[in-house]
Design a protein around this ligand. Structure first.
Ligand SMILES: [Zn+2]
Ligand SMILES: [Zn+2]
Length: 135
C-alpha cells in the first residue's frame, strides 16, 4: 500500500472539510475531493474518512438527513435547519463547562456528545421576515 498517498489523501479530506465548513455528506465530500484529484476512488475516500473519524481528527454527525462530517473537533452543538438543511455550528462556554462538571460529578469521561437541535437557521429566518414584510 502506498502510505504517502494515503496520508496525502487524508490531508486533502481535512482541507476540503475546512474549506467547505457546511458539514457535507460523504458523497458531497467525495465530489469535492474528486474535483481536486480525479484519480481518487470512492472506496479509498470512504475508507480514509472512516479512519479519520476513528483517529478523532474529524467528526461524524448523525442528522435527520443522514451522516454529515465536521472538521471542528472542539465541543459544540449543531442546529439542523428544517428549511434549507444547513447545519449551523453553535458554540457555548457553558456547554463545555457542563460537560466538565458532569465528568467531575459522576466520575466519568464524556468522549462525545450528540446534541442536535432542529429548527430554522438565521438566513432562512431573515428571508422569512423580509418576505412577510413585503406582503
Ligand atoms: Zn436555513
Ligand atoms: Zn460543527
Amino acid at each position: 500500500m502506498d502510505i504517502g498517498r494515503n496520508t496525502w489523501q487524508k490531508q486533502l479530506i481535512i482541507d476540503t472539510l475546512k474549506r467547505e465548513k457546511n458539514h457535507p455528506t460523504i458523497s458531497d465530500l467525495y465530489d469535492k475531493i474528486k474535483a481536486v484529484d480525479d484519480k481518487v476512488g470512492q472506496a479509498t475516500v470512504y475508507r480514509n474518512v472512516n479512519k479519520l473519524v476513528e483517529e478523532k481528527k474529524i467528526k461524524r454527525i448523525m442528522t435527520d438527513s443522514g451522516f454529515r462530517y465536521d472538521c471542528d473537533c472542539n465541543d459544540h452543538y449543531h442546529l439542523e435547519c428544517n428549511k434549507c438543511g444547513n447545519i449551523i455550528d453553535l458554540y457555548d462556554e457553558k456547554y463545555i463547562r457542563l460537560i466538565r462538571r458532569l465528568e467531575d460529578e459522576y466520575s466519568i469521561k464524556i468522549e462525545e456528545s450528540k446534541i442536535l437541535f432542529s429548527g430554522i437557521c438565521d438566513k432562512c429566518l431573515n428571508y422569512e421576515r423580509k418576505s412577510s414584510s413585503i406582503n
